[in-house]
Design a protein around this ligand. Structure first.
Ligand SMILES: C[S@@+](CC[C@H](N)C(=O)[O-])C[C@H]1O[C@@H](n2cnc3c(N)ncnc32)[C@H](O)[C@@H]1O
Length: 382
């Protein structure tokens, strides 16, 4: 049975003759055989469907390596310290961080327990290949790490993880909130959206919280990423001391709910072409939504995982010293091509209007943490 057949059969078997968008997105991205992230097809980089900050060059990982080394220094080393990456894609980001540590912080790689938590077996295989020179352990969930250690200390980070979590979609009708679900249109032989009453209390409570920020215009859409909130809660539960660094696109509430985003923020990416038609060709393209960083901050604060900093990517990388990595070059230098490419990558990562502004960095901390570390300590301004 292919993915469309699997989706159709779930729809047919359900009482409502429809499935939630959450269930649909979960199948489209993570069905173990046909889901976008399970399939053996290149996703990140030039021949894939989208670029990430780590795929444009090693500088991003080098700066994160410097920031993480500085953060780890603030934690007392009497128990094991961890560096955990969630959803590492090709493994390139962890590799760039560890190469930077090898050059600048000898001994750190041996001292820190390195863990990758990855859901996709395709990406896990790429990571194992990329990181074969380093002592990295792979796990498929945070719970299995917490089970094997009593209280995690260190750094947990992710780049473009939470935007790929499945979401519910809701819409304001003018008088009430309804849920957008997915049904099968037999006549036209295609998947289609249908509207129905809100399925469960968590959606109502989420919307209740957001309510005063949302312009109540008929048709205004809000995507609800409950799993992102649960992820922050689960991390906080197993974490005793350290930093949670979340890099992704998204906004705080006042910016998220503006009239220009009345159709929500959901986008699909296939071969670097963006579209907003998630119900066409499930499994063939990435589906993403912007994060509600206010929600993640609150979820953390409920369990003593406190906000230490929220920056756009430019500011965070400048705080972390990215500008010191710019190099001068002249026409006679035989390496000038390499140097100018590296400088271009730096520009791409921090330029306003591009990655530097689209991506945000949320740093949350628990226990013995320090705000005076690289990345958080303000250096310059953009
Ligand atoms: C958009 S890719 C990000 C790739 C990478 N971080 C980068 O910077 O290029 C999202 C990654 O998160 C993984 N992922 C999604 N949900 C996950 C989860 N709950 N736990 C671990 N990995 C997950 C996907 O399999 C995929 O590798």
């Amino acid at each position: 049975m292919d993915l469309l057949e699997t989706i159709k059969s779930k729809i047919t078997q359900s009482n409502e003759r429809s499935i939630s968008f959450y269930e649909y997105m979960n199948l489209a991205l993570y069905d173990p055989t046909y889901g976008y992230y399970s399939r053996a097809k290149k996703k990140v980089g030039k021949d894939g469907d989208f670029y990430t900050s780590s795929s444009v060059g090693p500088v991003f990982g080098e700066v994160l390596g410097d920031i993480f080394a500085d953060m780890l220094q603030t934690l007392t080393p009497e128990e094991p310290l961890y560096l955990v990456e969630f959803g590492g894609g090709t493994g390139g980001l962890m590799a760039d961080i560890l190469e930077e540590w090898k050059r600048k912080s000898p001994g750190l790689i041996e001292r820190i327990r390195l863990v990758m938590i990855e859901k996709s077996s395709y990406h896990r295989a790429l990571q194992e290949q990329k990181l074969r020179a380093f002592p990295v352990q792979w796990l498929d969930s945070w719970e299995s790490l917490c089970f094997s250690a009593s209280g995690i200390r260190g750094i947990i980070y992710s780049n473009e993880l939470l935007d790929a979590f499945p979401v519910y979609i809701t819409e304001w009708t003018g008088t009430e909130w309804v849920e957008i679900r997915v049904a099968w249109n037999e006549e036209e032989r295609r998947l289609e959206e249908v509207r129905s009453k809100l399925a469960h209390a968590e959606l109502e409570s989420y919307l209740g919280n957001e309510d005063i920020h949302i312009p109540k215009k008929q048709g205004f859409r809000v995507e609800i990423n409950l799993d992102a909130g649960k992820w922050v809660e689960a991390i906080s539960e197993g974490f005793t001391h350290g930093y949670l660094v979340t890099i992704d696109y998204g906004f705080l509430r006042p910016e998220l709910y503006i009239p220009a985003r009345s159709n929500g923020t959901l986008m699909c990416y296939r071969q670097h072409i963006a579209s907003d038609d998630p119900l066409v060709d499930p499994g063939e393209k990435d589906i993403t939504t912007h994060l509600n960083f206010s929600f993640l901050i609150e979820k953390g604060e409920e369990t003593n995982l406190n906000q230490l900093g929220y920056y756009n990517q430019s500011q965070f990388l400048i705080n972390g010293g990215i500008l010191s990595k710019l190099q001068s070059h002249d026409e006679t230098d035989p390496f000038q091509g390499i140097v100018s490419k590296r400088n271009r990558t730096i520009r791409q990562l921090i330029m306003p209007g591009g990655m530097g502004e689209t991506f945000k960095v949320l740093v949350q901390g628990k226990g013995e943490v320090n705000r005076q570390v690289l990345g958080l300590k303000q250096q310059g301004w953009v």
